[in-house]
Structures are given as structure tokens and as C-alpha cells.
Design a protein around this ligand. Structure first.
Ligand SMILES: C[S@@+](CC[C@H](N)C(=O)[O-])C[C@H]1O[C@@H](n2cnc3c(N)ncnc32)[C@H](O)[C@@H]1O
Length: 343
């Protein structure tokens, strides 16, 4: 085989994985999941890292650069609702130029870039996934003077105590092996009087652990989204307080959506536009089919379709969780580190 035909037959890969590593990464990921709660907690770094190595390209393709949900208003576009959900945090934290803000689990930098542009505050994003950090630098180039990144674990933030004027965590805390420890670490790096705001994924009061369908929904969300477990809203509030925060506000923002525009609508296929297609059931089935054919033709690495299947199952479970009201991805919290604010 000459070099040209070898290059042509080399499948396109995912993230920074070599094509031959995709299948073993999927298998390694599902092995950790299947080994149970303790193993998922113990190996949380590789569990989460493998997951984001596999799914980041799919997320960017189907969702964009902000990896979270949002309550939508009637007539509001999906993109505008994401931005408004981010701005809500900026307002609650009174972000402004000169403030130093930590974005805990910053993804590929979508929210951080938007909030830097919106508020003029300076951001540091911490993320344990190297590929996402690369992507985040790219997506925040226009505000690079306001955005810096740390490739690291938010369970052990490599920063001094009392350093930040505010912190945000948008749907990144669901991956924490221990919520209280994670919140304690954020508290440590905040200056006294500074606030932490974010959205967490939670089981609501409607969740019944004796209900087989509720348990099925919970399990499908966990396996499809690299979660060791899912806490209830009251457990998240309690963990913030046990960590040492003063809880100023805590509530589910899902009811803020127009009843016709629930947060899970984006996954249902009720919005018809070219850009929304990859998020819908039909678009997801098409992607799956393309990958199946693509794997046979060696256009995509073996294992790509398994990743897509995993994400599809999670998408159905998220819709079921939202419709039944047993799950929310937008439990909002605003918490303050006790102590007198610095001038
Ligand atoms: C659902 S994504 C949300 C990303 C981003 N906040 C956003 O809204 O676009 C969760 C993020 O948390 C990061 N993450 C999970 N566990 C982490 C850990 N222990 N340390 C640092 N980042 C972590 C993941 O790599 C991922 O980027």
C-alpha cells in the first residue's frame, strides 16, 4: 500500500485518541461502569476522561460548545436559551471586569468564553480532559486575555487558598466522586465572602427508589453520562453546607421554562431546523447509521457507533427523566464562603 492510499484508508478518529484506541477506550469505560459504584468513585479520573475523549466530538457536533441544558422561553432559540442560562449565573454573582472567576469543569470553554465577553471578568477554567482544554483554547481565542486554563482535577485544585472572587460550575459537579469534598475544594480557593454558583444534575423529590422505571432512568443517565451516582436536590444542598458554604439560594430551574419548551425538548425532535437535526431522535438514528456504515468502510474507527448508541440511550433516559419529573439537570445553587468580604 502506498502512502496516499494508506492515509486514505486511515479512519478519522475521535478527540485525541488513535483510531485503534477507540474500541478499547469504550470497553474500558463500560468495564469501570459495570464494576459498580465504589469502582466508579475510585477510578473517577479515568472514568470521566475516557468518556470525554469519546464523546467530545459528538457533543460539539450535536450540541455546540456549551455542554449543558437550559430552560427555554416561548419563541426563544436553543442557543439563546443556553446563553441566558449562563448570564443568569453572571447576574447572581455580579460578575464584572477585574474579578477573578474559577470555572470548575469548564468543558470546551463555551460558557466561559461567553461569560468573559458578557461580563469582562477574568476566568480560569479547570478541566481534567486534555482534549477539551485544547478545544477550549481555540473557542476562547477572541477573549484570550481574559481566559486561562488549568489541566487538572477539581477534587484537588492546584491553586492557593482564598484566590478567587467567584466560582461557577455548570453541570460539572455530577461527575464528582464525593460532592462534599468537591465543594470543600472550591470553598478553599474562594476568598472569604465570595460566592459559588452553578447547576447540578439531581434526582427530585418525585424520584422513588422502589420504582423500577425510575431506577432504569437513573441507571441509563449514569451510564450514558459518566456519573458515579446521582444525588438528590436535598443531598446537594446538604453537601454545600457540610463543606462550609452558607447556602443563599437553591432551587430547580426546570419550572422556569415555558411549559411548551422544557429543557429536554432539544432531545425530542420537536424543533425542526437544520442545526437541531443532530440532537433529535431522527438525527441521532442517522448518525448511528452513518457510523455503522462508516465503521465497515473504515471511515470511522471501530467503537464509534457504540459511543453513539450509549449517548442515544442516555438521551432517551434524560427525556424520560424530564417528562416524569424525577430528574433535573438544572438544580441551581448560590452559596457564599463565610467571612467578611475583602475591599
Ligand atoms: C457536562 S460537562 C460541562 C462543561 C461546561 N461546564 C459546560 O457547561 O459547557 C462536564 C465537565 O466537567 C469536567 N470534569 C468532570 N470531572 C472533573 C474533574 N474531576 N476535574 C476537572 N474537570 C472535571 C469534564 O471534563 C467536563 O468538561
Amino acid at each position: 500500500m502506498n502512502r496516499t492510499s494508506a492515509a486514505r484508508s486511515k479512519p478519522r478518529s475521535l478527540a485525541n485518541l488513535a483510531p485503534d484506541d477507540v474500541k478499547s477506550t469504550v470497553d474500558g469505560y463500560t468495564d469501570i461502569y459495570d464494576a459498580g459504584l465504589e469502582r466508579r468513585k475510585e477510578h473517577y479520573r479515568s472514568f470521566v476522561n475516557r468518556y470525554y475523549d469519546l464523546v467530545t466530538d459528538f457533543y460539539e457536533f450535536g450540541w455546540g460548545q456549551s455542554f449543558h441544558f437550559a430552560p427555554r422561553r416561548r419563541g426563544e432559540s436553543f442557543k439563546a436559551s443556553l446563553l441566558r442560562h449562563q448570564h443568569f449565573l453572571a447576574e447572581r454573582l455580579s460578575l464584572k471586569p477585574g474579578m477573578r472567576v474559577l470555572d470548575v469543569g469548564c468543558g470546551v470553554g463555551g460558557p466561559m468564553g461567553n461569560l468573559a465577553r458578557h461580563s469582562g471578568a477574568s476566568f480560569v477554567g479547570i478541566n481534567n480532559n486534555a482534549y477539551q482544554i485544547e478545544r477550549a483554547k481555540l473557542h476562547t481565542q477572541d477573549v484570550q486575555s481574559l481566559c486561562r486554563f488549568i489541566h487538572g482535577d477539581y477534587m484537588q485544585i492546584p491553586e492557593e487558598d482564598d484566590r478567587y472572587d467567584a466560582a461557577i460550575a455548570i453541570e460539572s459537579m455530577p461527575h464528582a466522586p464525593d460532592k462534599t469534598d468537591a465543594f470543600r475544594e472550591v470553598l478553599r480557593v474562594l476568598r472569604p465572602g465570595a460566592c459559588f454558583a452553578g447547576y447540578d444534575w439531581c434526582l427530585t423529590e418525585k424520584f422513588d427508589s422502589a420504582n423500577a422505571e425510575h431506577l432504569r432512568i437513573k441507571n441509563d443517565i449514569m451510564v450514558g453520562d459518566a456519573l458515579p451516582d446521582i444525588a438528590s436536590t436535598s443531598e446537594v444542598s446538604a453537601a454545600l453546607q457540610t463543606a462550609g458554604f452558607e447556602l443563599l439560594e437553591a432551587r430547580d430551574r426546570a419550572p422556569d421554562a415555558d411549559p411548551e419548551m422544557p429543557w429536554y425538548r432539544a432531545l425530542q425532535g420537536r424543533d425542526l431546523s437544520l442545526s437541531s437535526i443532530p440532537r433529535t431522535p431522527v438525527g441521532r438514528a442517522l448518525t448511528n447509521l452513518t457510523l455503522r456504515v462508516g465503521e465497515r468502510l473504515r471511515l470511522f474507527p471501530e467503537g464509534s457507533r457504540e459511543v453513539c448508541t450509549l449517548l442515544n440511550a442516555a438521551a432517551y433516559a434524560l427525556v424520560d427523566g424530564g417528562r416524569s419529573g424525577v430528574f433535573t439537570p438544572m438544580f441551581f445553587f448560590l452559596a457564599r464562603k463565610p467571612g467578611p468580604p475583602r475591599d
